[in-house]
Design a protein around this ligand. Structure first.
Ligand code: GAL
Length: 807
């Protein structure tokens, strides 16, 4: 739904213009440039030349990540742990025609992100190089384009060979969208609008808009620039028109709008407006540019934490890397939307973009779905973390990359802070002082409406050079939550946020007893793992964490009960590829998420749901298939109730109430098969009941789609949960059957997964082993509408069958 709002606005805006007898077509054309590419994995001479023969190359559409298609190997050098998916060098070529005869036109190519070190040629002419894999960039194609019947060849070399380039999985290739923009020589500049809301109240909001017009003509231009602000009902709520004589190559216009009785952007009601700016030369419409925006105000308070629109709001955040599990880094809007939906379900209201500029579609979704965002630029400055990381490009590129991130992102209402770095080594070096000042200065020149922060590890103010720079507006700390209590004393008058916490570890559906003994894995730098599991699993009770981290409960207890802490960001929301702490190869993806790589929640998800949502809930775990007589710890997370009583086969095991500072209750139960039932109550009245049963023999495969009707647009996805069930409808908690998928009709398999961190099976396959009872099938729509029939088979069990509709 969210994606369509802008389109509707354009249609309405165009219709309104038509009604006023104006030229109706928007002269600005933004077309997807994703289709019809050829790809070659490896380096090859002369591929930048027009005459090069790419007939044998593989045909594909973007976005594309070649790493996710590869095989895991211990010898792949990417990520600092070693053991990973392949990286290397790849080439892309696209042959295309431009129908129009140029009339005062400019032709740009916009790359949302290429990992990494991309170099681009058009018809043999070098357009440029961009090392940073997370930055969005544009080239002017106009001087080198051929028109009408003549062909054009674009060639892109992507070099992700020098490894390790990152501490986590990056993906490789043109992994974000590419756009061709055709516009008048005179147009709203790239990222050429800046909208702010300096005064907001329930009665009225002042909305300032700066528009930069690029004049590529030699002569001065007499322009009329009209801007209309549309609300979500497509009503114009304010408008203004300015005349400008644009003599130079760049000129600016500023508007001061008043919006009466504005609907404020918030987490619950993320209300978006759109500014539509139309540029006229005499009566001719020569450009039209849209700026979606929200009206809201916020502040961080040193004593009381974060406020949105004057109301206190604890930030319930997660850190997210950019990979989309089995889809790798290849951007897919539905996959990102699904992640956000799952996070919303546990009460998450904020995302820290760890540790790099995200896809612009993700920021759009955060605006539209109501998430606060910390937008972060770098994981490294000049000093090394990953051997071949960003420090190699720092001197030449950091100014441009940071500027471009701010210019691209500053109109998003979701963004509440700019983070200039994560755990930067210069904290411990006096160069940190000057670099922090420089970076904060770059940000402030482009946006003064949001605080500048940096995620710090050193909490002693005297020892932290980034803090000593005096250039941070907001002090963010990663980990060591107990030291937060000294913050008001050590940092008088400063504002504080917990940017990274926990690094708690777990594998979905795996439980080690007893649950009340802590496992600190690893217990210190380079310490051997004691008591680890042979199958590379980690228990999913909240009792395992890395030595720099802590349990979910202990951390949340401190954040919850101290108003000066604006909020926290769990490391991490979803498991991600790379960083398989605490295990070595063949573990290959992280254990740090509260949701596994396939998108299945682990138990800690429900802890947050009980604390962060009002939705009445009760969650008990583990499963109920154990050895007879074994002592099993049963935990419950619950809310909106005073207490919970547990029954085993009808017999009460007692009633428990959460103790102060604890967010779960527990019973130690000698196992006997049957039914475990929990009942939550308030004042003796039943609030909720939950049962789990000992599962019997595997009987069938069950398929549950997150959406049974999807769009026939070539990109939409249905995420299908695959469960191995007994005949009474219980999932088999340790089922590991190999499931085969057969797809008929207008869809194909985009990926498979099961969330197991040490699985070396491929993500692009028509089979997957279940892990702890489940696996995931991701089906992608083609561009043809129709049915998509899915059959899931496994030896000896009843097939799972499901038909999706693609419209
Ligand atoms: C943090 C770091 C994250 C991630 C995490 C793993 O120190 O900022 O990027 O590496 O540790 O626990």
């Amino acid at each position: 739904m969210y994606q369509h709002i802008n389109k509707i606005l354009i249609i309405v805006a165009v219709a309104l213009l038509a009604a006023c007898n104006q030229k109706v077509d928007n002269p600005r054309q933004v077309e997807s440039f994703n289709k019809g590419w050829k790809f070659f994995l490896g380096d090859t001479a002369d591929a930048s030349k027009v005459s090069f023969n790419d007939a044998d190359w593989r045909a594909l559409n973007l976005p594309h990540d070649w790493s996710i298609e590869g095989e895991f190997s211990k010898d792949n050098p990417s990520t600092t742990e070693g053991g990973a998916l392949p990286t290397g060098i790849g080439w892309y070529r696209k042959t295309f025609k431009v129908d129009s005869v140029p009339q005062n036109q400019k032709y740009y190519i916009d790359f949302d992100g290429v990992f990494c070190n991309s170099e681009v040629w058009l018809n043999g002419h070098y357009l440029g190089k961009r090392p940073f894999g997370y930055i969005t960039f544009r080239y002017d194609m106009t001087p080198y384009l051929n028109f009408e019947d003549k062909e054009n060849v674009m060639a892109v070399r992507v070099d992700n060979d020098a490894q390790p380039a990152s501490r986590w999985y990056t993906g490789s290739g043109i992994y974000r969208n590419v756009w061709m923009v055709t516009i008048n020589q005179v147009h709203v500049d790239h990222w050429g609008t800046y909208i702010t809301t300096p005064k907001v109240s329930d009665e009225a909001a002042i909305v300032n808009l700066e528009v930069k017009i690029k004049n590529n003509q030699n002569a001065a231009q007499q322009l009329k620039v009209k801007t209309e602000l549309y609300d979500q009902n497509n009503q114009v709520v304010a408008q203004d028109e300015k005349s400008v004589s644009c003599k130079d190559s760049l000129c600016s216009i500023a508007y001061d709008f008043t919006v009466n009785h504005p609907v404020l952007w918030s987490i619950e009601n993320p209300y978006m407006y759109t500014a539509v700016t139309s540029v006229y030369n005499k009566k001719e419409l020569i450009d039209q540019y849209e700026t979606p925006f929200g009206i809201r105000y916020f502040e961080f308070d040193s004593a009381k934490g974060f406020f949105l629109n004057g109301q206190p709001l604890k930030i319930h955040g997660v850190n997210q890397h950019h990979d989309l599990g089995a889809l790798g880094a290849a951007v897919n809007t539905r996959a990102m939307e699904r992640q956000l939906e799952i996070l919303k379900g546990m009460g998450c209201n904020a995302i820290r973009m760890a540790h790099n500029p995200p896809a612009q579609e993700l920021l759009d979704l955060c605006d539209q779905m109501g998430f606060l965002v910390i937008d972060e630029s770098f994981d490294e400055w000049k000093k090394t973390k990953a051997k071949k990381g960003y420090h190699l490009y720092w001197d030449e590129w950091h100014v441009r990359d940071l500027q471009d991130m701010i210019l691209r992102d500053r109109n998003h209402p979701s963004i509440i802070a700019w983070s200039i770095g994560n755990e930067i080594r210069e904290q411990f070096d006096t160069t940190g002082i000057s670099i922090t000042r420089e970076l904060a200065g770059i940000v402030k020149e482009l946006d003064k409406t949001r605080p500048v922060t940096s995620a710090l590890t050193e909490q002693d103010p005297k020892k932290n050079n980034i803090y000593q720079s005096g250039a941070l507006d907001l002090i963010s700390f990663n980990y060591k939550h107990k030291e937060y209590l000294d913050f008001p004393k050590n940092y008088p008058g400063q504002k504080m946020l917990a940017s990274e916490n926990m690094s708690a570890l777990s594998t979905r559906g795996h439980y080690d007893m007893p649950s009340d003994s802590m496992r600190i894995w690893p217990s210190a730098y380079n310490a051997p793992l004691v008591g680890a599991n042979d199958d590379y699993t980690v228990s999913a009770y909240d009792h395992v964490y890395a030595y720099w981290g802590a349990t979910h409960e202990d951390t949340w207890n401190v954040v919850k009960n101290n108003d000066f802490i604006s909020g926290m960001f769990i490391w991490s929301g979803f498991d991600y590829l790379g960083e398989p702490i605490p295990y070595p190869w063949p573990a290959r993806s992280s254990y740090l998420g509260i949701i596994d790589l396939a998108g299945f929640p682990k138990d800690a998800y429900y802890l947050y749901q009980s604390e962060w949502t009002d939705k009445t809930m009760l969650h008990i775990f583990p499963h109920w298939n154990w050895e007879k007589g074994q002592d099993i710890d049963v935990w419950a997370y619950y809310n909106n109730a005073d207490e919970v009583e547990l029954f085993l086969n009808g017999k009460s095991l007692g009633t428990r109430k959460k103790e102060d500072g604890k967010f779960h209750v527990m019973w130690r139960v000698p196992f006997e098969p049957g039914t475990l039932k929990a009942v939550s109550r308030t004042d003796g009245q039943v609030v909720l009941e939950k049962e789990i049963h000992t599962a019997g023999e595997p009987y069938k495969v069950e398929l549950i789609a997150d959406r049974e009707v999807i769009n026939a647009d070539g990109t939409d996805l249905s995420f299908i949960t695959v469960k191995i069930m007994d005949k009474d409808g219980n999932m088999i908690p340790d089922a590991d059957q190999l499931v085969h998928f057969d797809i008929e009709g207008n869809g194909f398999i985009a990926g498979v997964d099961n969330g197991y961190q040490a699985s070396l099976e491929p993500f692009k396959a028509n089979y997957r082993k279940a892990f702890n009872g489940m696996c995931l099938l991701i089906v992608q729509a083609t561009e043809e509408a129709g049915d998509i029939k899915i059959t899931a088979t496994t030896d000896g069990l009843k097939n799972g069958v499901l038909t999706l509709k693609s419209k």
